[in-house]
Write a protein that binds this ligand. Structure first.
Ligand SMILES: Nc1nc2c(ncn2[C@@H]2O[C@H](COP(=O)(O)OP(=O)(O)OP(=O)(O)O)[C@@H](O)[C@H]2O)c(=O)[nH]1
Ligand SMILES: [Mg+2]
Length: 377
């Protein structure tokens, strides 16, 4: 047996070299692509290395020369297809790298393509081992990535007994407050009071008066920090006090300053920043920046029913340290609210691609109740 290596620019050229030097009875043992230094992104062209062998005894024995000739050509054709496939794969990886600004590992592809995470958020994730998935193990990669993401989502219902709802206009602050007040007072029988400092928007007080009347809860209206402090003191013996605020455009600094001054009463208020899941990431960042003049406690995300893509919310939460407290999923009071859990986040994430292999469950729980264990499947 005589074995020899040939290096050529393409498979056809390699075949001609093999035929010329070893004759038509040669068989191809191996073909591989030699990548120029600098990897697939390098500038030089790839070469083909072919290892061929000839068994002189066999060549003189069985099988006609035409049969052996066609075997050799079939092998080369197959190798050609393989080389093409490898080139396509390399281009895809390079394209992906360019889009993401990363080297495009299998985990990064899942974070980016499945979950819509931004490159900067992906870089901040605690890295998982970078191994090529075994054939058929893609599901495990997705699951590992899901768990990595969920571990970095913080959830908490919020602390204390006084809660305010602040945020941009129309995100659902009043409705969310009404939902939590109803759960607290009607469902769990806790002594609950409402206060509003929204004396700006026409109809705002009436909107809350209607909720208060239906739920049988006391409601106070305060237009500055002194009145707010007094109202809070009036409800000293209440289990929970919920404070509604006027929606403020994050771009309007004067209005925001006025709200911040009103809420600065010296009382231990847990401020919920209420944000809509339909808001774009940059606007979520802007809202948070403006409202973080207040000591924000946690986030509430509303209108999850109005989007199938939670990647902006996810990117936001993963780049922030504060916990998420609640999700709201519709206009019904009090039904359409639920405690934020990692399981629920997983469900939103998987819904993006309508994948069903991870079954998760959801459920609302009492406002202010102790935090239950966060688990995920
Ligand atoms: N689809 C959907 N609509 C919601 C949700 N939460 C609130 N809404 C609706 O959003 C609209 C605005 O809700 P509000 O509670 O008045 O919003 P707000 O933040 O208090 O508004 P301002 O006080 O004017 O800033 C209403 O039509 C609500 O019914 C939700 O989770 N899903
Ligand atoms: Mg309101």
């Amino acid at each position: 047996m005589n074995i020899k290596k040939f290096i050529a620019d393409n498979p056809q050229q390699a075949l001609m070299m093999v035929k010329k030097e070893m004759g038509p009875d040669a068989v191809i043992l191996e073909t591989r692509t030699i990548t120029p230094s600098g990897g697939h992104s390098g500038k030089g062209r790839s070469k083909i290395e072919v290892t061929a062998a000839i068994d002189y005894e066999m060549a003189q024995g069985k099988g006609g020369p035409e049969a052996r000739q066609s075997n050799l050509e079939d092998q080369v054709k197959l190798e050609e297809v393989e080389v093409k496939l490898r080139e396509i794969w390399d281009s895809l990886v390079m394209l992906q790298s360019r889009i993401m600004g990363t080297s495009g590992t299998s985990q990064e592809l899942v974070y980016h393509n499945y979950f819509g995470l931004s490159p900067s958020v992906i870089k901040g994730l605690v890295p998982v081992p970078d191994e090529e998935p075994a054939p058929g193990a893609e599901t495990k990669v997705v699951k590992d990535c899901l768990i990595t993401v969920l571990k970095q989502i913080h959830t908490s219902a919020g602390n204390g007994r006084i809660f305010s709802f602040v945020g941009p206009t129309g995100v659902g602050k009043t409705t969310t407050m009404a939902k939590l007040a109803a759960l607290s007072a009607v469902t769990h029988g806790r002594k609950t009071a409402l206060i509003t400092v929204d004396t700006f928007r026409i109809g705002a007080v009436d909107q809350l008066k209607t909720y208060a009347r239906i739920m049988g809860l006391p409601l106070s209206v305060a237009s500055n920090s002194v009145e707010l402090h007094r109202a809070i003191r009036n409800y000293d013996d209440f289990d929970f006090i919920f404070i509604d605020t006027a929606g403020r455009s994050p771009g309007n600094k004067n209005d925001l300053d006025q709200l911040l001054t009103t809420l600065d009463t010296g009382d231990p208020i847990h401020h919920y920043l209420v944000l809509s899941a339909t808001t774009r990431l940059q606007d979520l960042y802007m809202a948070e920046r403006r409202f973080s003049a207040l000591p924000l406690g946690s986030y509430i995300f509303t209108k999850l029913d109005e989007t199938t893509d939670v990647s902006d919310m996810l990117n936001f939460l993963l780049s922030r340290r504060r916990p998420i407290s609640y999700f709201t999923t519709g206009q019904r009071v009090p039904e359409d609210i639920e405690r934020a859990t990692r399981r629920r986040v997983a469900q939103w994430m998987l819904r993006r691609k309508r994948r069903t292999e991870f079954r998760v469950s959801s459920g609302a729980s009492e406002h202010g109740s102790s935090q239950s264990a966060q688990t995920y499947s």
